[in-house]
Design a binder for this molecule. Structure first.
Ligand code: ADP
Ligand code: MG
Length: 354
C-alpha cells in the first residue's frame, strides 16, 4: 500500500519583510497507490514546500501525512519510504555513474552482491546499462537526469517525489523524458508525485492533477476533468487557452453575449435571470465562418472583425474583436480560407455547444 494521504497540513513562513506567508494552507489530499500524481500551479503557490514536507526536509506546523497506514510526517527523512529527484540532479561529480546509483544502498550497508544487481537493474530501467563506468560530466543533461532517477529509485521508495525535474531540459529532450518518466512509473508501479508549473506537462503526464493556488489545491481531477470542467476562473485560466466573455442570463437556460442569445449549459441553472455572468469558452469550440455562411444558418452567432492572425505551425491563432468591443481568440487549422482570417475581415463565429 503506497497511497499517500495528507490531512489538514499547514505551514507558515515569516517573509524577509516580517509578514506571515501561508505556504501550505490547510491542505488535505488523497493520492492513490501507483498513481502518477501532478501538483500544478504558478510559482509561489506552495508546491515545493508541500513536497519537502512529504520528504521530511520541511516540518509541518500542523496536520498529518500517511503512506498507507503509516504516519510519516514525524519521522526523520531517511526513515521515510520516500525519495526525491531534484531539478539540479545533485550527482556526485567525482564518482562513477554506477557508484552514484549505489550510494544510498552503500550507506544502508546492503550486501555487495545485492548492490551490484540493483545498480544493474536501475541502469537498465533508465536505459543507461552501458554507462555505469562514466563520470556524470561525461553524460548529457538528459542522461544525468536518468542517473538521478536511477539513484532515487535504487532504494525502492514507495513514493517518488519529483520537483520540476524536467524544467532544466530543452524542449525536445523534455518531451522525450516525459515519455520516459511515464514508462518508468508504469514499469515500477511506484507512486510518483511530480511538481510542475507547466500545464501542458501536467495534462500530458498526470493520471490526476491537483491545481494549486495560494497554498492549497483549488481542484483535483483527471486531466480531462480539469480541462473540460474547471471549477473556477483561476483553474480555467491556468490550464490551456480560454476566452472569458461577459454574459447576462436572459432565461432559465439562456444567456446573452454581445447582444446575441445562446442556449447555455446546466452551469447557469443556479443563477438568477438578469444576473451578469462570465462565459468561459475554449478556442477550439469557436469556428470562424464568412458572413452569411450556410454553416451559420439558423444558429446564433457572434459577429466581429479579425484583428490579427498568428501562424503557429500546426494551426493559426486568430484574434477577433466583437461588435461590443470584447475580444475573442480562436485557432484555425488547415485547410482554411486565408482571406477569411486576414486583418479587417468581417466574420461570424459559431460556438460549438452553445
Ligand atoms: P512553489 O514551489 O509553488 O513555487 P514554494 O513552496 O517554494 O512555492 O513557496 C511558497 C511560499 O512560501 C512562497 O511565498 C515562498 O516565498 C514562501 N517560502 C518558501 N520557503 C520559504 C522559507 N524557507 N522562508 C520564507 N518563505 C518561504
Ligand atoms: Mg517550487
Amino acid at each position: 500500500e503506497s497511497g499517500l494521504t495528507i490531512n489538514r497540513a499547514r505551514k507558515t513562513f515569516i517573509s524577509a519583510e516580517g509578514k506571515q506567508v501561508k505556504a501550505i494552507d490547510d491542505v488535505s489530499l488523497a493520492i492513490n497507490s501507483g498513481e502518477f500524481f501532478i501538483m500544478l500551479g504558478p510559482s509561489g503557490c506552495g508546491k515545493t514546500t508541500l513536497l519537502r514536507s512529504i520528504g521530511g526536509m520541511e516540518t509541518l506546523d500542523a496536520g498529518e501525512i500517511y503512506i498507507g497506514n503509516q504516519r510519516i510526517d514525524q519521522l526523520p527523512p531517511y526513515e521515510r519510504p520516500v525519495n526525491t529527484v531534484f531539478q539540479s540532479y545533485a550527482l556526485f561529480p567525482h564518482m562513477s555513474v554506477a557508484d552514484n546509483v549505489a550510494f544510498g544502498l552503500e550507506m544502508e550497508k546492503k550486501p555487495k552482491s545485492e548492490i551490484r544487481s540493483t545498480v544493474a537493474d536501475m541502469l537498465d530501467l533508465v536505459h543507461l546499462a552501458d554507462m555505469g563506468a562514466r563520470r556524470p560530466s561525461q553524460l548529457s543533461g538528459g542522461q544525468q537526469q536518468r542517473v538521478a532517477l536511477a539513484r532515487a529509485l535504487a532504494k525502492k521508495p514507495k513514493v517518488l517525489l519529483l520537483d520540476e525535474s524536467l524544467s532544466a531540459l530543452d524542449f525536445k529532450l523534455r518531451r522525450q523524458m516525459q515519455t520516459e518518466l511515464k514508462r518508468i512509473q508504469r514499469e515500477t508501479g511506484i507512486t510518483f508525485i511530480f511538481v510542475t508549473h507547466d500545464q501542458e506537462e501536467a495534462l500530458s503526464m498526470g493520471d490526476r492533477i491537483a491545481v494549486f493556488h495560494n497554498g492549497r489545491p483549488e481542484q483535483v481531477g483527471t486531466p480531462e476533468e480539469i480541462y473540460d470542467k474547471p471549477v473556477d476562473r483561476f483553474v480555467a485560466d491556468f490550464i490551456g487557452d480560454i476566452n472569458f466573455l461577459s454574459a447576462t442570463k436572459t432565461g432559465p437556460n439562456e444567456v446573452s453575449i454581445a447582444g446575441q442569445r445562446f442556449n447555455a449549459d446546466s452551469s447557469v441553472l443556479s443563477h438568477a435571470v438578469g444576473e451578469d455572468l462570465t462565459a468561459a469558452i475554449r478556442p477550439e469550440r469557436i469556428d470562424v465562418v464568412p458572413q452569411g455562411s450556410p454553416v451559420a444558418a439558423g444558429r446564433p452567432t457572434l459577429t466581429g472583425t479579425v484583428t490579427d492572425a498568428m501562424f503557429m505551425g500546426f494551426d493559426t491563432r486568430v484574434h477577433i474583436t466583437l461588435e461590443d468591443g470584447q475580444t475573442v481568440m480562436t485557432r484555425v487549422a488547415p485547410p482554411f480560407d486565408a482571406e477569411l482570417i486576414k486583418p479587417a475581415s468581417r466574420v461570424q463565429l459559431v460556438i460549438d455547444g452553445l
